[in-house]
Ligand binder design. Structure first.
Ligand code: FA5
Length: 335
């Protein structure tokens, strides 16, 4: 009988553990704890055991019955507090936890905006490699070996002839040598220079743009860039074309816009000049045209290259370019 009691105890515990709803619990109660249930029936057999064993087995039977009744009550309470369902410790009425939304990096957002403005003017978008050859980065742009202009680029070399591109201008040569004019392209992408301060980062993004056709003049370049700047910022933002030099354009210019931090009066960011440079530009040098097989007497073109981080800084009033690349979510999530 003792064995039978222990077996019933184990069976009852296992059955209770598996129960997940009130109907099953009621079935359990009838089967094990009811007046005609298994425990009561077994206890009725106590009369048949010897007088010596009866007190001990009676006590054991009572303890087991009490224990099963307690487990039954516990299970009943759990089922009642969870609404009678299977789930024991989840409150289904609580609102869900919200996950943080990912966003495009502010520099990517501004790059997309720049591309959209030029696409609206009929420019197609092309992309090229970050790891570039010396030929496309320099030679094809009229910057032969030992040309002083190479010093301005602070190049990261991979080998003598392979480097991380220092600007997006190689895309001019790559596209022109494979296509005939008329051409109208922009080429956005990352570029690399060994350079770092509040307006320079070692990796930054440029958007190259160029147009080649018959009778393209500096006036066309001024028109395209002025309308781009006015669309990106505001219609009355002062800008100026300042003479400059690039080996691959002639004449060359740099374009400055009025400093948005001081309104043009001069501050630390604009180095007290009231102006901030955002791009380099010019008419494509006849030497570059010849190298890709174009006749410079028949075709002319303009090109420009702008720094996306600089434009993003001016648009959002950020006074240190390095903030864009520190990956601080408190900064990045504001855009
Ligand atoms: C160039 O890179 C020329 N390839 C631009 C060009 C293209 C001229 C086509 C003529 C025709 P520059 O080195 O000035 O030029 O760079 C262009 C722009 O990139 C700058 O006006 C500036 O906005 C940005 N820039 C340059 N260096 C950095 C840097 N280290 N960090 C962030 N932005 C930079």
């Amino acid at each position: 009988m003792e064995n039978e009691l222990q077996r019933l105890k184990a069976e009852a515990e296992e059955a209770l553990h598996a129960i997940g709803d009130k109907a099953a619990l009621e079935e359990f109660r009838v089967k094990f704890l009811g007046r005609k249930g298994l425990l009561s029936s077994t206890m009725k057999q106590l009369g048949k055991v010897s007088k010596e064993d009866r007190p001990r087995l009676g006590k054991l039977a009572n303890t087991i019955k009490k224990g099963v009744e307690e487990l039954f009550q516990d299970k009943k309470e759990v089922l009642e507090s969870s609404g009678g369902g299977i789930v024991e410790d989840v409150d289904l009425s609580l609102p869900g936890r919200s996950l943080p939304f990912g966003k495009l990096h502010p520099v990517t957002q501004v790059m997309d905006e720049i591309c959209a403005v030029f696409e609206g003017m009929g420019f197609a978008v092309a992309e090229g490699p970050d790891v570039e050859t010396d030929h496309y980065n320099f030679e094809a742009l009229n910057i032969p070996k030992h040309h002083p202009a190479r010093d301005m680029h602070d190049t990261f070399y991979v080998s003598d002839s392979i480097l991380l591109r220092t600007h997006t201008s190689p895309m001019q040569a790559r596209i022109m040598e494979n296509q005939e004019p008329p051409l109208r392209y922009i080429a956005p992408g990352k570029v690399y220079r060994c350079d770092s301060d509040i307006t320079h980062t070692p990796m930054f993004v440029q958007v190259e743009g160029f147009l080649v056709d018959r009778k393209v003049s500096f006036a066309d370049l001024k028109g395209v860039l002025s309308s781009f700047i006015h669309r990106m910022f505001r219609d009355d933002l002062p800008l100026r074309f300042r003479p400059s030099f690039f080996p691959f354009t002639e004449p060359s210019a740099e374009v400055d816009i009025a400093c948005v931090f001081c309104g043009g009066s001069g501050c630390r960011i604009c180095k007290r000049t009231g102006w901030i440079e955002i791009l380099g530009a010019g008419l494509i040098d006849p030497e570059v045209m010849k190298m890709v097989g174009y006749d410079p007497d028949e075709f002319s073109g303009f090109a420009f290259g702008l720094g996306v981080e600089r434009i993003a800084m001016l648009k959002y009033g950020i006074d240190d370019i390095r903030l864009y690349y520190e990956n601080d979510l408190r900064f990045l999530s504001q855009f």
